[in-house]
Design a protein around this ligand. Structure first.
Ligand code: PLP
Length: 455
């Protein structure tokens, strides 16, 4: 182990890091960053890293883009804060909502802001409940999410999340949340089951779940078009087409959690388009501002706006909103980010880079440690296994994924291990050369890993 720097010691003594084995931070050695430029970040010692995860799947325009910096600075000088409560507002909030309506993949009438993905999803659930109350259906309140879905960490959004880490120590999920099957064919497909048969089985299970619970008790379904933090799970072809009619039949709202997939990540504005999902409402965050400031939003269809505006609601106001929901700095950066996505043809860039990205990921599948690879646009995941033939995973105690991203960090690149899946989500502005360099370093880190794992 190397000597900790002064700033690393201060980090350890002052910070609680989320999702981190805190008893081991000293041993891991915190990575304290100083600055970023383009797809690179630099630590306090000046060491350069390719940021292959866009931070947390969010800094899609890379770091310290000058136009973004300028747009933020201008807004801070003009109006650094105001809110939208009680029919007050500011033009940049309107402008961003108008842009969102323009690029939405389904008909959207109005936008309700918050600051984080978790808050947007919490808002979605309160909206679904409010909506059913306004319609005189007070018993239609349960929410279906999915095993391995990730929707955030507030009490409700963590309940929607379908990962044990988010539940076990917190006595979650709360009641009224149901978790349906995860569309991960490699892990959950039966021996010899085709993707088509797998999709049919999942749809039948979903129908059975709804019938068992009673469709009159189920308000909404929430899904990421591509599961991110659950391990980059790209659903099999036809999955959404198979399940969508079941919700339509039972008058169940469909919520699209586009917090990762929004704004070009799949080569489409929204991931829903890429996978054939047609949600009624959409949550966006992260790349909404390319993460230059916190901002999230719920995009609402007319029929839900009608319910919100209806005088039949019990108290006549939607009693929900956040101090920083729609913060002017976030809105200004959101407007600028979307303008940049358009004028620099970021969707075109993603589509152009996608074949190289897919080819380099496909090549990783040949590595002795890798059992499955998944990719769409510029997001991908590679799943490490102890035995390629039987798909047997490593003993989680070995922390193989974490070790490999540790080796990668030593080699000057940052990726994220989700258990034993290594996720890749580079800034959409990455060049071909930078992308190749990221994969070259990952291949070396996998070889480092191979030399020390126990199978
Ligand atoms: N939804 C999805 C799909 C996410 O990936 C995340 C965060 O990674 C969230 C919601 C929660 O967003 P936040 O961390 O901003 O609360």
């Amino acid at each position: 182990t190397t000597q900790l720097t002064n700033v690393q010691v201060r980090d350890i003594e002052a910070l609680v890091h989320p999702y981190t084995p805190l008893h081991r931070v000293r041993e891991i050695g915190p990575l304290v960053l100083d600055r970023g430029k383009g797809v690179y970040v630099y630590d306090t010692q000046g060491k350069e890293y390719i940021e292959g995860m866009s931070g947390l799947w969010c800094a899609g325009l890379g770091f310290s883009d000058e136009e973004m910096v300028e747009a933020g600075t201008e807004q801070l000088k003009r109006l650094p804060y105001y809110h939208l409560f009680g029919a007050k507002g500011y033009e940049v909030a309107i402008e961003l909502a108008e842009k969102l309506k323009e690029i939405a993949p389904v008909p959207i009438s109005k936008v309700l802001y918050s600051s984080s993905g978790s808050e947007a999803n919490d808002t979605q659930i309160k909206l679904a409940w409010y909506y059913n109350n306004a319609l005189g259906r007070p018993d239609k309140k349960k929410i279906i999410s999915r095993v391995k879905g990730y929707h955030g960490v507030t009490v409700m959004s963590a309940s929607l999340t379908g990962l044990p880490n988010n539940h076990i120590d917190f006595d979650l999920p709360v009641p009224r949340v149901l978790h349906a099957d995860c569309p991960h064919h490699y892990r959950f497909g039966l021996e010899g089951e085709t993707e088509e048969a797998f999709v049919a089985r999942l749809a039948a299970n979903l129908r059975a779940l709804i019938e068992k619970e009673g469709p009159e008790t189920i308000a909404a379904f929430i899904a990421e078009p591509i599961m991110g933090a659950g391990g980059v799970i790209v659903p099999p072809e036809g999955y959404f087409a198979a399940i969508q009619p079941i919700f339509e039949e039972h008058d169940i709202l469909m919520i699209g959690d586009e917090v990762i997939t929004g704004f070009g990540r799949t080569g489409e504005w929204f991931g829903s388009t890429a996978v054939g999902y047609k949600p009624h409402t959409i949550s966006v965050a992260k790349q909404l501002t390319a993460s230059y400031a916190p901002l999230s939003a719920v995009m609402l269809p007319q029929f839900m706006v009608d319910a919100l505006e209806s005088e039949s609601a019990k108290i006549g106001v939607f009693g929900h909103g956040y101090t920083y929901g729609g913060h002017p700095l976030g809105c200004a950066l959101g407007v600028k980010a979307i303008e940049i996505y358009q004028k620099r043809d970021i969707l075109g860039r993603v589509r152009g880079l996608a074949p190289l990205f897919a080819a380099r990921i496909a090549k990783l599948a040949e590595h002795p440690l890798i059992g499955d690879v998944r990719v769409k646009g510029l997001v991908g995941g590679v799943e490490l296994v102890a035995d390629k033939k039987t798909k047997r995973p490593f003993d989680p105690k070995q922390g193989v994924g974490a070790k490999i991203v540790g080796f990668l960090q030593a080699r000057g690149a940052i990726l994220r291990a989700i258990g034993d899946t290594i996720a890749l989500c580079p800034p959409m502005v990455i060049s071909e050369a930078e992308l190749n360099e990221l994969f070259d370093r990952l291949e070396k880190a996998l070889d480092d890993g191979e030399a020390m794992v126990t199978k």
